[in-house]
Design a protein. Structure first.
Length: 184
């Protein structure tokens, strides 16, 4: 996917390094991951405002009409498009934990439709929204509506794309080391 990495270019922030805002954000993330804090989050914490914004988006996007598995399909498509090995590894792991089939994960990673029709629909909408920079034709918009995506869900897909662009660009910039946590 990406060019080979030599070493991580932006060091992860360490709790206690000087920002109470970053420390609080990372402690919350640690609770979410059973005590583990992923390296991406620690890289983002170099900017307290950025880690707070990233986590606020995560919390808010959990309340979407899109199911968690559908948000993971969006994440995989963004990771594929932006050639982010870290994100692909993390979201493969998270999609599997959400019981997305291994076959559907492999298909999503390749940019081909998953067998699950709803996941395939979400992936297709994600692909078209990215390809067209949100400028769907009237026919495309109506087609997604008729296929079962509400206007709210289409806007939520756009929001999830934006959230994961932050993640993929940060990982590509930092050449973030992939956590063993996500490799299992």
């Amino acid at each position: 996917m990406m060019e080979p990495r030599d070493e991580q270019r932006i060091p992860p922030y360490e709790i206690g390094s000087g920002s109470l805002r970053a420390d609080r954000a990372l402690e919350g993330i640690g609770r979410m991951f059973g005590g583990y804090i992923p390296i991406l989050h620690r890289v983002l914490a170099n900017s307290p405002a950025t880690i707070e914004a990233f986590e606020a988006m995560r919390r808010l996007l959990q309340g979407t009409r899109l199911r968690a598995a559908e948000r993971e399909i969006v994440a995989i498509e963004v990771a594929r498009r932006n050639r982010c090995d870290y994100c692909m590894t993390a979201h493969r792991h998270l999609a599997g934990r959400l019981r997305v089939s291994a076959e559907d994960i492999v298909a999503a990673e390749a940019g081909t439709p998953p067998a699950d029709e709803r996941l395939a629909l979400v992936q297709s909408a994600t692909q078209r929204l990215i390809d067209r920079h949100g400028r769907l034709s009237d026919e495309e918009l109506e087609g997604f509506r008729k296929a079962g995506l509400s206007d709210a869900e289409l806007i939520e897909i756009v929001a999830v794309i934006g959230w994961y662009v932050m993640s993929t660009f940060t990982n590509n910039l930092a050449q973030t080391e992939i956590d063993d946590f996500f490799r299992n």
